[in-house]
Design a protein around this ligand. Structure first.
Ligand code: SF4
Length: 216
């Protein structure tokens, strides 16, 4: 099954509040994506990066995860530095940035007001995350960006959150997969020093080492 088969349709009706927000922005900005943001990357990748949700003027505008706001600048540069992408990231869906061995998605596919999805919305969107994991037959590692993404991945993999607590640079083994946690690479977290670029690179370094040793 291709990765795209795990994506919701553009008019997914499951979250009334997010549908209303989506419709509001379709009226205000008809040139924007204003729809669930599809996963981006390689169907047979060994790494899946899971964020929280599209940013209003980032992925919700451009239609590609982490594209168009600060979080993407840090994420894609770090992916390039560790061999998980090639090309040039120019914050546009038609740039030459190409993931290597990796796909990128969000725990919640539609932009939530103020970047805050409800528990019900996270649960409603989880089947698409489960389907995305299932669509990647070679998957070995997940980078969970922030606690909400971490928790949703844990539940999507059939485990209890209480058995796997989020922690920056923590690693959790669930079945054949290893989950690597990182604080979310948002501008807020980097501006406040919660996450430095070096801390983010440490997580990618861990994953690079894991996948390289896994291949041997
Ligand atoms: S957040 Fe997910 S489940 Fe909710 S409407 Fe959007 S695509 Fe559908």
């Amino acid at each position: 099954m291709p990765l795209s088969a795990a994506d919701p349709g553009r008019d997914c009706p499951l979250c009334p509040r997010l549908v209303a927000f989506r419709e509001e922005w379709r009226s205000k900005e008809p040139g924007w994506n204003n729809a669930p943001v599809p996963s981006f990357g390689v169907d047979d990748g060994r790494l899946l990066i899971v964020g929280l949700a599209p940013g209003l003027r980032g992925a919700n505008r451009t239609g590609r995860p982490f594209t168009g706001d600060y979080a993407g600048d840090l994420l894609y540069q770090t992916m390039l530095d560790f061999g998980f992408a090639r090309g040039v990231f120019e914050a546009r869906p038609d740039d030459s940035l190409t993931p290597i061995d990796t796909a990128i998605t969000n725990a919640v596919r539609c932009v939530p007001p103020e970047n805050k999805p409800t528990t019900g919305e996270i649960g409603a969107c989880r089947p698409f995350l489960t389907a995305t994991v299932a669509a990647m037959p070679r998957l070995r590692a997940v980078i969970a960006l922030g606690k909400i993404a971490h928790d949703s991945v844990v539940v999507a993999l059939g485990e209890r959150m209480s058995r796997h607590k989020f922690g920056h640079r923590a690693r959790h083994n669930i079945g054949a997969l290893s989950i690597f946690d990182s604080y979310h690479c948002s501008r807020y977290n980097t501006n406040t020093g919660v996450l430095t670029p070096e801390m983010f690179r440490d997580v990618f370094s861990d994953v690079r080492e894991f996948l390289d040793s896994d291949a041997r």
